[in-house]
Design a protein around this ligand. Structure first.
Ligand SMILES: Nc1ncnc2c1ncn2[C@@H]1O[C@H](COP(=O)(O)OP(=O)(O)OP(=O)(O)O)[C@@H](O)[C@H]1O
Ligand SMILES: [Mg+2]
Length: 239
């Protein structure tokens, strides 16, 4: 199976070569676990190291602020302008647009498709998938919307990361309870408390079609992005 190398070395090793190409992977974690950093590394490394254009869809944070924060982690988004698109906007604005124009999920997916075509993107990140799903009312609509978006991105030959916010200390993988079933792969980020400190661990929970490592490995968010350590599985430090 062909792979998409994330460029986060330790993670590619856990995956024994990267994410299967044209698949959809859920990255789930509570607040501050590095979801946006991983999403940006995936897009940035794709452009710089593999000449694969990328689209980052954000529905939450201020784009300028994300650019600034990501820049501090060594990724200059202005330097990759021609192969990168940063789209989306605040959820409230999109809600208004959706109501005003009576846009349905097909219209929203078409907007994404247009941008993917424009730059020939091979990598897409949706940050966070939770807010995208808030655009729809019933559980059925939410599930159908996610299925439509992910099927479309697969047809366009994109490898996609869906960043998913979960509640702190919860053992849930997703917020709605179905995202992990729509996705081909699931990577979870843990913020584990041990005494007075928190330790971060990452695990590949599923990855359809490939063999991968299964243990929790330690990682850190650094000024060069997320670094996953291979040396040992995650173990709480001795008191
Ligand atoms: N330049 C940096 N050097 C080291 N660590 C950093 C740097 N920038 C951010 N961090 C760490 O990364 C965390 C934020 O990471 P990120 O925004 O990727 O997480 P997230 O899971 O997307 O969070 P959110 O729940 O807010 O969406 C910060 O709380 C901080 O601990
Ligand atoms: Mg984030």
């Amino acid at each position: 199976m062909k792979r998409t190398i994330t460029g986060i070395k330790g993670l590619d090793l856990m995956l024994k070569g990267g994410i299967p190409k044209n698949r959809v992977v859920l990255i789930s974690g509570s607040t501050g676990t590095g979801k946006t950093t991983i999403g940006m590394q995936f897009i940035y490394n794709g452009i710089v190291d593999h000449n694969e254009a990328g689209v980052y869809i954000t529905l939450e944070e201020d784009k300028q602020q994300i650019k600034q924060d990501i820049n501090a982690q060594g990724m200059n988004l202005d330097s990759i302008n021609d192969r990168f698109r940063f789209i989306g906007g605040h959820i409230a604005t999109i809600q208004r647009f959706k109501r005003k124009t009576k846009a349905n999920v097909e219209d929203l997916v078409n907007e994404v498709e247009e941008v993917v075509h424009e730059i020939g993107a091979k990598r897409v990140v949706l940050d966070p998938v939770n807010l995208f799903l808030m655009l729809f009312d019933s559980d059925n609509e939410k599930r159908d919307a996610l299925a439509l978006l992910t099927e479309k991105l697969k047809k366009l030959n994109c490898t996609t990361l869906l960043l998913c916010e979960v509640k702190e200390q919860s053992m849930d993988i997703s917020r709605e309870g179905f995202e992990e079933f729509v996705a081909d792969g699931v990577i979870t980020l843990y913020n584990l408390r041990c005494g007075p400190s928190f330790y971060q661990g990452i695990a590949v929970r599923k990855m359809r079609g490939i063999e991968h490592h299964r243990e929790i490995r330690p990682y850190e968010i650094t000024n060069e992005g997320v670094v996953v350590y291979q040396t040992q599985p995650w173990l709480p430090p001795e008191e």
